[in-house]
Design a protein around this ligand. Structure first.
Ligand code: COA
Length: 161
């Protein structure tokens, strides 16, 4: 069997349990995953790229099959530099589908990349990075939406504001 590897790219601002669920299920399909944090996105992030990388590294410190990295510019260029041609993404609903299909086609055209989609598990269908930030901002708890480490860091961040 050939060695299989995919890039799971995202803003991860912050990573959600939906993201982590796709990543852990991805490990049932691929031998290795590169979790790649996108830098210089048009969105203004709450966590710097370095902080997001550090969070993901901490979460996956006992998972040797995961490498956490960051990239700026086009994903297709990053994938080419890494000599990887497969992208793994999660889809929650039809609006994700529209956005994701456009991105998959762009990545196919730009770099011949194949995108493998996994349906997000139903219990994470309502979870997004923005919802988590809102819940924490208003003093709620984000159990079941994100990793406890992310929740703790987010509380610190939002308290500093
Ligand atoms: N479960 C739950 N939530 C999920 C999810 C899942 N499986 N997958 C995504 N989400 C949510 C996130 O929480 C986030 O929520 P928000 O809108 O509230 O912030 C949103 O969906 C999307 O975030 P994320 O998955 O982190 O990625 P993204 O869509 O911001 O980033 C990149 C996508 C980085 C892969 C893409 O923009 C990219 O490749 N950028 C580089 C430039 C490029 O090459 N563009 C494409 C060709 S032009």
């Amino acid at each position: 069997m050939p060695h299989t590897i995919a890039i799971c790219a995202g803003s991860f601002d912050p990573p959600t349990d939906g993201h982590l669920n796709i990543i852990s299920r991805g490990l049932n399909i691929f031998d290795r995953l590169i979790v790649a944090v996108a830098v210089n996105m048009s969105k203004t992030p709450i966590f710097t790229a370095e902080e997001r990388v550090e969070l993901l590294k901490e979460i996956y410190k006992n998972e040797p099959r995961i490498e956490v990295d960051s990239f700026s510019g086009l994903l297709a260029e990053y994938a080419k530099a890494k000599k990887i041609s497969t992208i793994l993404r999660g889809i929650r609903n039809m609006s994700d589908y529209e956005y994701e299909s456009q991105m998959a086609l762009a990545n196919k055209t730009l770099g011949g990349l194949e995108t493998i989609f996994m349906m997000t598990e139903g219990k994470y269908a309502h979870v997004s990075s923005s919802i988590i930030k809102e819940v924490i901002t208003y003093g709620g708890n984000a159990h079941g939406m994100t990793h406890p480490l992310v929740e703790a860091r987010l509380k610190e961040k939002l308290r500093q504001k």
